[in-house]
Write a new protein. Structure first.
Length: 693
């Protein structure tokens, strides 16, 4: 298929090839080519004409037809008839479901619409099936808002405070770098198209270093793996700065012209000797010195050095500070002068999303509803009404998320969802852990069955998704559900009649050529190759802000610093092991867990331990173990493996609770405490003990 081929193209065999976009929470945002025969999708593959996708999909999404036509797919509205959590439902009509839901929401709204809580996240990353029509509905209702923090908000705020937005190096230029630091990312599992550029760079002589507590599949294939302790990334970044300063591996001209707060950062970094850094990070002083030398000297010789961060490193108490410290490094050595230099956490700051037009905040009519943090939903569902909190949460509308499985401290989440006085509606493809606690479960369309438009947080293209098949059964789009519910609520505004195709156009307005999207399925954004070669950062000062006046105005430290974990490894003798919970390679959050071919690859829930921690506990590979702390217990299988470093265990996630040995998953152990900035969860700041069951 060539770039001028229509997005829907028949073939002589009577099949059709339809361009779509992967909806899942991954920086790659692939363009998909769906093959349809007689109205049935028979194959999903990567679009070979989209440069970022390059014709390849990950294992998970290449099996998307298996998910769409899954025998357990929800195809009809269901009403609960058994106890909450039992999964006992009966089939009802859409009209009955909508009428009942509207009646209950209207009754609650008469008292206080803020008692109605939406809960959603990135089950689809689409701008239309995500928060488009849904936001219009909740704005018109005056419902409580949701602070969508569960993945990226600490790193997002950190990048905004330092560089001005979620911006950085264009992913394709990593192929030209001569040193790449993959910091807190298992790219082979979570960013496979970036890994393609790494491989190109490696073949061209680049050195690749992975910084990660876990010896992941990515770490195994790098030239070096630095296995620091969770939550110590800022300390390592400051230790690198110490060496850059003392050996004068600095670009003084770039620092003088394009940075703010250098003297303060310099003074702080000089406190972080290699020895101090090594002690905090659980690595050797030589590892600190050597890494700094490679980074500083490579840049000093005029060669591009690049850092690829991912979101795992910000899921600790000091996660925002860690991202800030790492984001300062490229400016110190002038790495931004090269299009292949700098740092990338997310490219989403380049996206010209027209939020006001899409979400219609004027429907609030001057109201300012309260905001609930999605990461503390366990506590918030159990709160009583109070002047500080407002009304108790009486109703939940859940879409694009599975909070019973993915939210932290899940024992409290389950307790909240199990409230008999809580009215819960869940839009879903499958009977998830969350759907088991719903009063109504409503069948949603998959990506193959609806229109949507997507941006990316890895590359800089906008993608269009066309429906390739008709909705199965009685499945409805998220947008249609909220249109229908608005009608049943008596809302007559024209904004509730806008079609999905029109919403796709609204999402980016005249900032993106929609005709180009229709023709080829993607449209590149006009992003400079080397956006900060001459400064021009989108910060208030126009500079890379080592010192943030915005933080200082909040009476916070304006400079990045190491902020120790709430639960550092070894600090509490009852729970001497640090636990991180990175995603299992064949799952994406809790999505795909019920696709049998993928679940068979993963086997069952497990925890990885280093031999140094397993042996004194009498634990052998394959033993059933109990992982526990004051918040809960979780039974699973032990994998004694070099993937874990001493003192740290890896509880791979996120399994559905109902598929675990005791009806739990790793989030039974995680806490609802929040990060230093961005109000984000601290999933990887978690102390535990492990014993043989």
């Amino acid at each position: 298929m060539h770039s001028d081929t229509p997005a829907t193209s028949p073939s002589p065999a009577g099949t059709a090839h339809i361009l779509g976009a992967c909806p899942h929470d991954c920086p790659d945002t692939c363009s998909m080519l769906v093959t349809v025969q007689d109205g049935v999708a028979i194959k999903v593959q990567g679009n070979p004409d989209h440069p970022a996708t390059h014709g390849a999909l990950c294992t998970k999404v290449s099996r998307y037809t298996e998910r769409t036509y899954h025998p357990e797919r929800l195809l009809h509205p269901l009403k609960r008839v058994g106890p909450k959590g039992s999964g006992q439902f009966e089939r009802v009509s859409w009209d009955q479901a909508l009428s009942d839901i509207a009646e209950k929401l209207q009754s609650i709204a008469k008292r206080d619409p803020q008692a109605i809580q939406p809960y959603s996240y990135a089950g689809t990353m689409g701008r239309v099936q995500g928060e488009g029509m849904a936001a219009r509905f909740f704005n018109r209702l005056g419902a409580a808002r949701l602070d969508r923090t569960i993945c990226a908000s600490a790193g997002a705020e950190a990048m905004t405070l330092t560089l001005g937005n979620k911006v950085g190096t264009k992913v394709e230029f990593f192929a030209e770098a001569k040193l790449i630091l993959i910091w807190g990312s298992n790219s082979i599992a979570s960013n496979v198209h970036f890994w393609r550029h790494v491989q190109t760079a490696k073949r061209n002589g680049a050195r690749i270093i992975c910084i990660d507590p876990r010896r992941s599949e990515t770490a195994e294939k790098c030239h070096q793996h630095i296995a620091l302790l969770p939550g110590t990334d800022a300390a390592l970044a400051l230790g690198l700065m110490h060496e850059l300063i003392t050996h004068d591996w600095l670009d003084h001209d770039y620092i003088a012209r394009h940075t703010e707060g250098w003297e303060g950062l310099r003074a702080r970094a000089l406190q972080w000797t290699p020895e101090r850094t090594a002690e905090v990070c659980g690595i050797t002083a030589d590892e600190v010195r050597t890494l700094a030398r490679e980074y500083g000297q490579t840049a000093r010789t005029g060669l591009p050095v690049a850092i690829r961060m991912n979101y795992g490193l910000q899921r600790v108490r000091g996660g925002g500070n860690a991202v800030r410290a790492i984001a300062c490094l490229p400016a110190l050595v002038g790495a931004w002068r090269h299009r292949a230099g700098g740092v990338l956490l997310s490219s989403s700051g380049y996206v010209p999303i027209q939020t006001m037009a899409l979400e219609q905040p004027e429907l609030l009519a001057g109201r300012t509803p309260r905001t609930i943090n999605m990461s503390t939903i366990g506590d918030d569902l159990l709160r009583q009404a109070s002047p500080e909190f407002g009304p108790a949460i009486e109703a939940l509308i859940v879409y694009n998320s599975n909070p019973v499985a993915v939210a932290p401290e899940s024992a409290k989440v389950v307790q909240g969802f199990a409230r008999e006085d809580l009215f819960t509606v869940v839009l879903e493809h499958f009977q998830t852990d969350t759907a088991d606690y719903a009063d109504y479960v409503l069948p949603a369309t998959t990506q193959l069955e609806h229109w949507d438009v997507h941006s990316s947080y890895g590359h800089t293209d906008i993608l269009l998704n066309r429906p390739s098949i008709a909705p199965l059964g009685e499945a409805r789009t998220n947008t249609q559900f909220f249109r229908d519910l608005a009608q049943h609520m008596g809302y007559t505004e024209d904004v509730f009649s806008e079609s999905d195709e029109s919403l796709c156009r609204t999402a980016f307005g005249d900032k993106v050529d929609f005709g180009l999207l229709l023709r080829q399925g993607y449209a590149p954004l006009p992003v400079p190759d080397a956006p900060f070669a001459d400064g021009g950062f989108p910060t208030p000062s126009g500079k890379c802000e080592f010192f943030s006046a915005r933080l200082a105005e909040r009476s916070e430290d304006g400079l990045p610093d190491h902020v120790p974990n709430y639960e550092p490894a070894g600090a509490d003798p009852r729970y001497p092991l640090a636990m991180i919970s990175p995603p299992a390679r064949n799952f994406l959050n809790s999505t795909f867990v019920n696709v049998r071919s993928l679940r068979d690859i993963e086997g069952e829930p497990l925890v990885e331990l280093h031999e140094a921690d397993a042996t004194p506990r009498g634990i052998a590979d394959g033993d059933e173990v109990t992982v526990f702390n004051a918040r809960g217990t979780h039974r699973c299988v032990a994998r004694v493996s070099a993937r874990a470093r001493p003192g740290v265990v890896n509880g791979l996630g996120i399994w559905w609770r109902k598929l675990g040995r005791d009806g739990t998953n790793v989030n039974e152990l995680t806490s609802q405490r929040l990060t230093d900035m961005g109000r984000a969860p601290t999933f990887y700041d978690c102390a535990v003990e492990v014993k043989k069951s």
